[in-house]
Design a protein. Structure first.
Length: 384
């Protein structure tokens, strides 16, 4: 069988780049799924099409869509100050200069709004320079989302975050990650429901995303992949197993990266966006979600995360052809557990790659780059 996608996955597994992978490519009714390697290396459990993964930051577009559900219901408005629901952040302070010390601060000149959270321009988050003092202070609060049981409850987390100054004034610059966790807390407080409960009722159940959530049940665990980190001596080091951190609800369900899911579940979400929202969102909300919302000035300094990309609501948008796989308007994101999911509104193409190997930085691993390059244009070879 002449199968470019299978050959690509097999080659990366064989050379030890990843323990296993699931790749999905879809356009219209045509869906191709390929698997390779192992869901658990130690037991040699083979990867399957319905294997469940910790999807990390490809959670972000889903949570942004949930915020827009509340906007459409009139519970939130894009220009609403978030302090109405998150009073801990009513009077944020901002470092006088982005690289300045954390005790040299000035008041925020404008309130943080709902739209600032959606565009990741609230002033909280990570810049390309991790040595910035305010970013270093944020690391003490914004812990690794790949370890959900180590994060305190939302109220405690917000109180700690309020003690960290903003790196930029609200609305002035894109910064990574923290705004998506703030979206999750906002959803819970504005809706009067837990974030897991709201997402299940308003997104997962209507879309048939039956394997997506913040907990993996006992009935699902035989399909839950083991999570690995690269070992110093080569190979893979077990970081979390099926009975580990996703076996019970965390105190802080992370809107930035706390979900588990499958390739076909994320496809259901992508198809909703390609269908202008179906019964979940309006076409206008979907257009806002997947459209570039940033100015060049807001993107400045974010090259480590957004090389050739900008940001819509909760996900990146390709804007510059800096790489062979770049497609103008492609929307989606990548996750630090080795996941990637994108859709191209102009062509209806959806590409999803799920692995269970931790990324060691913002740069996309070679497998992702090869996958994107191979699937950028159709027709590609996926079997005869």
């Amino acid at each position: 069988m002449d199968d470019e996608l299978q050959e690509l996955l097999d080659a990366h597994v064989t050379k030890g780049a990843v323990p296993g992978a699931v790749a999905l490519v879809a356009r219209g009714d045509r869906v191709e799924v390929r698997t390779a390697g192992h869901a658990d290396v130690e037991s040699a459990t083979p990867m399957a099409e319905d294997s469940i993964f910790r999807i990390a930051s490809i959670t972000k577009p889903i949570v942004a869509a949930a915020v827009l559900v509340l906007v459409e219901e009139g519970v939130l408005a894009l220009q609403d100050p978030i302090a109405r629901w998150l009073p801990e952040l009513e009077a944020p302070m901002v470092v006088r200069t982005p690289r300045g010390p954390v005790d040299d601060v000035v008041p925020a000149v404008r309130p943080i709004t709902v739209e600032h959270l959606l565009t990741s321009t609230a002033g909280y988050g990570f810049s390309s320079d991790f040595s910035v003092p305010a970013v270093q202070a944020l690391f003490q609060v914004q812990r690794d989302g790949r370890e959900p049981q180590h994060v305190p409850p939302p109220g405690e987390w917000l109180t700690a975050l309020a003690g960290v100054p903003l790196v930029h004034q609200p609305g002035e610059a894109w910064l990574y990650n923290t705004c998506s966790d703030l979206q999750g807390v906002l959803i819970a407080r504005a809706s009067g429901r837990s974030l897991p409960g709201f997402l299940a009722e308003r997104l997962f159940e209507p879309l048939g995303m039956t394997d997506t959530g913040f907990v993996v049940t006992e009935a699902q665990r035989h399909r839950f992949t083991t999570y690995y980190r690269g070992a110093a001596a080569g190979g893979f080091e077990r970081a979390d197993g099926p009975d580990g951190q996703w076996s019970r609800m965390p105190a802080f369900p992370s809107g930035a990266g706390g979900l588990v899911s499958t390739a076909r579940d994320w496809l259901r979400f992508a198809r909703m966006l390609l269908a202008d929202g179906e019964d979940v969102l309006s076409a206008d909300s979907v257009r806002r979600l997947r459209t570039d919302q940033l100015t060049p000035a807001q993107r400045e300094g974010s090259e480590l995360f957004l090389e050739g990309q900008s940001w819509g609501y909760g996900g990146s948008v390709d804007v510059e052809p800096l790489h062979p796989w770049a497609v103008p308007g492609r929307y989606g994101w990548v996750g630090g557990t080795g996941t990637a999911a994108h859709l191209v509104p102009s062509t209806g193409l959806v590409t999803i790659l799920l692995t269970q190997l931790a990324m060691d930085g913002p740069a996309s691993p070679t497998l992702m780059q090869d996958f994107w390059s191979a699937t950028r244009n159709e027709p590609f070879r996926i079997g005869s």
